[in-house]
Every structure is written in C-alpha cells, then in structure tokens.
Design a protein around this ligand. Structure first.
Ligand SMILES: N[C@@H](CCC(=O)N[C@@H](CS)C(=O)NCC(=O)O)C(=O)O
Length: 251
C-alpha cells in the first residue's frame, strides 16, 4: 500500500463527532439583548400595538408580563380599519395586530415575537437546542391546529365572522381533535416541553384562554384544566382585561 493510500485508510477510521443540528439562535441570549435596541437595558423599551380582544396581542402582552417587563401599549382600532392605514402598514406589513416595537425595529407575528423575546430576555426558552426545536414545533402546531378552529369559532360567536352550521361542525371537530392532542401530551409532563414552562405554553395559553368563548369546555379535558390552573399561578400572570386596555397607555 502506497503512502497516499495509507493516509486515506487512516482518515476513514477517524471518528467524527456527531453533527449537531444547526443552531436556531447562534448568539447567546445575554449577547443578543445587547445588540438590537440601543435601549436594551431599559426595562421600558417595548411598545405593543394591539387590540383588546385579540388573542395574539394577549399572548405577547402575557409574555412581557410573565417576564416582568412593563410596556407601552398603543390601541389599534381594528373596527375603524386603523390596521390597514399606511402609517400602520409601515410597522406591520400584514396589516394585523400585534406588532411590537423594540427600539427602532417593529416585529410581527405573535409566535415569532415570543421567540424574539425569549432570546432577548433569556426567559421561557427551551434550555437545549433540542428543546428549542420542540418549542418551535409546538408553536407551528398551535397556530395551525389549535388557534385556527378556536379563534374562528370565537369570531363567529362574537359575530365577527360568518359561516354556516356545516363549517361550524367542522371547526368544532378540529378544535376537539387539537384539544385531544394537548390532553394526551400533558399526561406526559407538566408543561408542553417538559418540567418548565416555555413560550410554547404561553402561546397555547393565549388560545386556551378563549376556548370557552368558542364553545369549548376545557373542564372536559382534566390535564388541560390542571395545566391551565398551573399556568394561571405563574408569577406575573395577568388576564387579557388586566393587560390590554381599551385605549393607549404610555409608560
Ligand atoms: N398569525 C398572526 C395573526 C394575527 C391576527 O390574526 N390578528 C388579527 C386580530 S386577532 C388581525 O389583526 N386581524 C385583522 C386582519 O387580519 O386584517 C399572529 O399570530 O400575530
């Protein structure tokens, strides 16, 4: 065997470390907090634009409250179409609430905002890359399978969206099937991804909070009911009515 061939054999036998999955957030939470907003050390740096009845707005407000971060609040009058006006569309291209301002930047999509805040504030995130991945999976599922039917049923009950009984039956079934998944998973651990609450729990709570208005009786799901109680006992927990005023509130 020639020298070159020997080298090849040697190389092939070297044990390589198992490749890690790509990191979702390459920068450490403590460092990230220092880079984005000039006012990062400022506890009053956040401004939430939202609407009092909006579940996604509540989710972001709840995260800030659980992190003990006061925030300014700007009421976006959805009834008058304020969310479709040019001055709002520059902040949120989707023409929706919520929108969170951190220093000079504006953030959209409640689940993405929760991830951002978890990174910036170093709270309620998964502790490992694997756990962060699970958190993310939950949040995609929550919007797709849990929030969609529950929010639509709630909108119908409030007269904000019209659809016939046949469609209602479909959303009822979808909501029940999502609740059954939650119930099943919460039999395995206290919180969605393990022993500590994460942004996945916050995201899910932001939907479950409105389940009754959508005609869903959560007490029929004992694990979800216990989880809901545990969640409501977390320090910093507050209701939508406590967090989302009907008018703007500046710090
Ligand atoms: N996926 C978005 C949904 C936001 C959303 O649906 N917001 C509603 C209020 S709850 C809204 O702005 N509706 C007005 C519209 O979509 O035009 C999020 O999680 O932020």
């Amino acid at each position: 065997m020639g020298k070159a061939a020997k080298r090849v054999v040697k190389k092939a036998t070297v044990k390589k470390p198992i490749a890690k999955p790509a990191a979702r957030r390459p920068v450490k939470p403590s460092q990230r907090g220092k880079t984005a907003a000039a006012a990062s050390g400022n506890k009053e740096r956040f401004t939430l634009h939202g609407f009092a009845l909006s579940g996604p707005t509540y989710t972001v407000a709840l995260m800030l409250s659980l992190c003990r971060h006061p925030f300014s609040y700007i009421h976006v009058n959805l009834r008058e179409g304020a969310h479709k006006q040019p001055d709002y569309l520059v902040k949120n291209r989707y023409g929706q609430v919520p929108c969170l301002r951190d220093g000079q930047i504006f953030l959209s999509q409640s689940a993405a905002i929760l991830e951002y805040l978890a990174g910036k504030l170093g709270k309620f995130d998964g502790k490992t890359e694997f756990e962060q991945q699970r958190v993310r999976e939950w949040m995609f599922w929550i919007w797709d399978k849990l929030a969609a039917p529950i929010y639509r049923l709630r909108q119908r009950a409030r007269g904000l969206r019209q659809f016939g009984d046949e469609v209602k039956v479909m959303y009822d079934m979808e909501a029940r099937s999502a609740l059954a998944v939650l119930e099943h998973e919460l039999a395995k651990s206290e919180w969605l991804t393990g022993r500590k609450p994460t942004i996945a729990d916050i995201d899910a709570y932001g939907v479950i909070r409105y389940a009754a208005e959508a005609g869903m009786d959560v007490s029929a799901y004992p694990r979800i009911a216990e989880w809901k109680k545990r969640f409501e006992a977390l320090p910093g927990f507050a209701t939508p009515e406590q967090l989302l005023p009907l008018e703007s509130r500046l710090l």
